[in-house]
Design a protein around this ligand. Structure first.
Ligand SMILES: C[S@@+](CC[C@H](N)C(=O)[O-])C[C@H]1O[C@@H](n2cnc3c(N)ncnc32)[C@H](O)[C@@H]1O
Length: 332
């Protein structure tokens, strides 16, 4: 950690601007994984939901010898990242279906499709088949705690999915909004939060209720990480992070600021679109003004010509008027 010095006072600011605007990756939780590794022998890892692969290497750095990286839609950069480390094995498949086909692991990291049906099935499988394992789950807090998210709802049975929307949640009101935390085509969100069989935390609670002896330690930071284990020593070691009021307060502030930023961005785009429409209208009106100005100049030129003709005619009449007067006089 670099807090800056008298001669390098900007070190912390530099570190701050190097990070993404929105922290969302489990790579931020290295010190939580260090605690897990310090208290459990972790050799085999199953990582569900890999995305960029920025966490996968951490599991081997900490001592795992094989990591099965499960993601149905690996990008080319993910493939390349995994190819660079022979201990990382890409499993191009959907969880939970693929879990029984993989070696039983010491650590399951569940961060794939964030909905009740998927997470409940994943955790049920782990708790039933890997009694000594540790499960680390991401997105146990807002926005997925009590509201399903779907990468691929069509894979779920109709009764396992809630009506969903491309709009996203915000902390500023309870309904979804296009100005909220939207999936931009990658995922959708359940229209309603709460109730039964909705959300990741609800899935974890129900799975723990169905399997004796397991406990959840919630680390309330960066969308919420849960460590599910049967090992008291590990739970004890996580105590400084578990249900930390400080982390919870900072997380709430983070999601409030971030969703405010999303709203401002949405409004800025809407204003930019308004400005475009306004510019088009101004342009059209300017062309109309140019046309009318040209027409006015033309009419002015015509009026000038008529005025000159009129003057010529008046002069002719004035020239002829005396002879007209003579004629009138002679007749008398
Ligand atoms: C939030 S990202 C994972 C981020 C990553 N764990 C990290 O912390 O950097 C979710 C990933 O889960 C994958 N995914 C979606 N549905 C899945 C499923 N049923 N099984 C496995 N992975 C899934 C998506 O393709 C996506 O890459």
């Amino acid at each position: 950690m670099n807090y800056g010095t008298r001669t390098d006072p900007h070190a912390q600011a530099r570190a701050a601007r190097q990070g993404p605007v929105l922290l969302h990756s489990l790579s931020c939780f290295r010190e939580i994984f260090e605690i897990v590794y310090a208290h459990r022998p972790i050799r085999t890892v199953v990582e569900v939901g890999v995305e960029s692969g920025q966490v996968s290497g951490i599991y081997t750095e900490l001592g795992a010898t094989a990591v099965y990286c499960v993601d149905p839609e690996p990008t080319d950069s993910l493939r390349a990242a995994l190819r660079a480390n022979p201990a990382l094995h890409l499993v191009e498949a959907h969880s939970p279906d693929v879990l029984p086909e993989l070696p039983v692991a010491d650590l399951y990291v569940l961060d794939g499709d964030h909905n009740y049906a998927t997470v409940r099935a994943e955790l049920d499988w782990v708790l039933a088949n890997a009694p000594d394992a540790v499960a680390v789950l991401h997105d146990l807090l807002w926005p997925c705690s009590r509201r399903d998210q779907y990468y691929l709802p069509s894979r779920l049975a109709p009764e396992d999915r809630h009506p969903s929307s491309a709009d996203g949640p915000t902390v500023w009101h309870d309904e979804l909004t296009p100005a909220g935390f939207v999936g931009l085509g990658a995922f959708t969100a359940a229209q309603e939060a709460g109730g039964e069989r909705n959300g990741v935390l609800t899935a974890v609670e129900d799975a723990l209720a169905a399997h004796d002896g397991w406990h959840l330690a919630m680390v309330p930071a960066i969308f919420g990480v849960g460590v599910v284990t049967r090992h008291e020593a590990l739970l004890g070691a996580l105590a400084p992070y578990r249900d930390s009021r400080l982390l919870y307060t900072m997380e709430n502030n983070r999601i409030a600021l971030y969703t405010r930023l999303l709203q401002l961005q949405f409004e800025a785009v809407a204003h930019a679109e308004d400005a475009d429409t306004m510019a088009e209208t101004v342009n059209r009106q300017r062309q109309e003004i140019d046309r009318l100005t040209a027409e006015t100049a033309d009419l002015r030129a015509q009026a000038g010509e008529l005025r000159r003709q009129n003057e010529r005619l008046r002069a002719m009449v004035d020239e002829r008027s005396p002879s007209l007067a003579d004629r009138v006089l002679r007749r008398q």
